[in-house]
Design a protein around this ligand. Structure first.
Ligand SMILES: Nc1ncnc2c1ncn2[C@@H]1O[C@H](COP(=O)(O)OP(=O)(O)OP(=O)(O)O)[C@@H](O)[C@H]1O
Ligand SMILES: [Mg+2]
Length: 449
């Protein structure tokens, strides 16, 4: 069984704490939240965490001191630092003091989640290089592509054909359709599998630091560049670089990237020495890059360079026949992770899964099944255990798009049922209604089996 990955958030912002909980739940990470730096450092002395997120306001100095201590004490941990949007100096300093990634406020669950997954990806890759078999297995476990529909069989076929070549691949699909999964599968089926798979999230990198992140910089090339740093292209040498959300990069950087793809050479910031890199490029986008290129919003030459082998991942609602397979796959995964004796999904529950539209695609389905496994009291998952929400949902303080009382009442009852593990007497007591009324409302809203 893969080891559960661990996160710690050192943060005194309640909004970040809420995001942390959401992400840990969605990705089945173990989570600690420390509200002060000293509490955080105490926990770090006690045990190792795979990823540490530092988001403390307002003192930049204590943030950097804390970062230095962590990097010194646990060089294997990946540290993600959050800074205010206008604080470029702190961002630069953080990177030079060993942060794996820097995010700017306001934090979104998506950018944070990506940074964490990307940091975990590097952590896994590094341990794999050091010969840890468990982590290698973990990496491989995570790339099982489930799907029997014609369209998914074609995707598998394309992966198998493209993987052994060095061709650039452009993966397109809505959020949560499995773009990163496909990228990892290509890497693992290629001759580069023993080298690094480096993820670059083009949407979350700070514009001024992007070049230094990708190509590296030499010591003294700008304020804060206290050491020479390798860029991600160099880290991926011999392996694969995954440029996620490629549609988000600025025209200036598009030009720079184009040059690298043409020449396979990079130049570090502040240096005029050209370094050859042997890197396979896989890019992903959830926007219509072709349209953007046609409209002049994305450089055409770059689009053509990337569009060598295009792989299109259709949304889950267009391949519903894969839902039962995917649901069983996730059931098996979370049954083990959560140590629950849940064996199957009832016909009624499956019916619901088949008829839902899945705006968050496979990721949302995974999430729903994980919750169902956690909530299930019997060996069979029933409709009552299914709650739908995508990570992109507005934060709870905001008013939802659908504010009808009926919808709100349904959601409230659903949440209360979840909170009490489906226990009707406790839920009714909590809601201040009698059990009969609760039962009637559950029937009315389709919340009973
Ligand atoms: N066909 C599939 N079989 C098994 N698991 C899948 C499949 N597709 C996606 N997943 C799982 O769903 C989750 C989301 O997939 P992934 O991160 O690859 O999506 P994405 O397209 O990169 O999303 P985003 O655009 O939001 O970054 C992952 O946990 C992944 O393992
Ligand atoms: Mg992705």
């Amino acid at each position: 069984m893969p080891r559960q990955q661990s996160l710690i958030f050192i943060t005194n912002r309640s909004s970040t704490g809420a995001l942390a909980e959401q992400i840990a739940r969605a990705d089945a990470f173990s989570l600690e939240i420390a509200a002060t730096i000293s509490k955080g450092l105490e926990l770090l002395v006690e045990r190792h965490f795979d990823v540490i997120v530092l988001d403390v306001q307002p003192s930049a100095k204590s943030l950097l001191d804390c970062l230095r201590t962590i990097v010194h004490d646990d060089p294997e941990a990946k540290v993600i630092v959050a800074v205010p949007a206008d604080d470029v100096p702190s961002a630069v300093q953080a990177l030079h003091h060993g942060a794996a990634d820097v995010l700017v406020h306001p934090l979104s669950s998506q950018s944070l989640r990506r940074a964490i997954r990307s940091a975990l990806g590097t952590a896994v890759k590094q341990s794999a290089r050091l010969g840890s078999r468990n982590n290698q297995t973990l990496l491989e476990d995570n790339v099982t592509i489930v799907g029997q529909t014609q369209v998914m069989r074609e995707v598998e076929h394309l992966i198998a054909k493209a993987a052994p070549t060095d061709a650039t691949v452009l993966i397109c699909g809505e959020s949560g359709t499995g773009k990163e999964l496909v990228a990892r599968a290509i890497h693992l089926q290629s001759n580069r599998r023993k080298a690094a798979f480096v993820v670059v999230d083009c949407s979350s990198l700070v514009e001024n630091l992007f070049e230094s992140e990708l190509f590296g910089h030499v010591k003294g090339s700008f304020t804060g560049a206290t050491v020479t740093k390798h860029g991600r292209f160099e880290l991926a040498d011999g392996g694969t670089i995954f440029l996620d959300e490629i549609g988000q990069i600025s025209p200036n950087l598009q030009g720079k990237l184009l040059r690298v793809l043409q020449e396979r050479e990079i130049t570090k910031v502040g240096s005029n020495q050209v370094v050859r890199v042997d890197v396979r490029v896989i890019a992903a986008t959830n926007t219509q890059l072709q349209v953007a290129a046609a409209q002049g919003k994305f450089r055409r030459e770059l689009f053509y360079r990337l569009h060598v082998v295009p792989i299109l991942l259709p949304p889950l609602r267009e391949r519903r026949a894969d839902i039962p397979l995917l649901a069983s796959h996730f059931l098996e995964k979370y049954r083990l992770v959560r140590r629950k004796k849940v064996q199957e999904i009832s016909a009624k529950a499956m019916d619901r899964l088949m008829n839902y539209d899945w705006p968050g695609n496979v990721r949302e389905l995974e999430h729903v099944i994980e919750r169902a496994v956690v909530l299930a009291e019997a060996p069979i998952i029933s409709p009552r255990n299914l709650t739908y929400f995508s990570l992109e949902e507005p934060a709870s303080e905001e008013l939802p798009a659908d504010g009808r009382l009926r919808t709100m009442e349904k959601m409230h009852i659903q949440r209360a049922l979840e909170r009490f593990g489906g226990h009707r007497a406790k839920t009714a007591e909590y809601l201040g209604i009698d059990r009969k009324t609760l039962r009637a409302k559950m029937v009315k809203y389709g919340l009973s089996d």
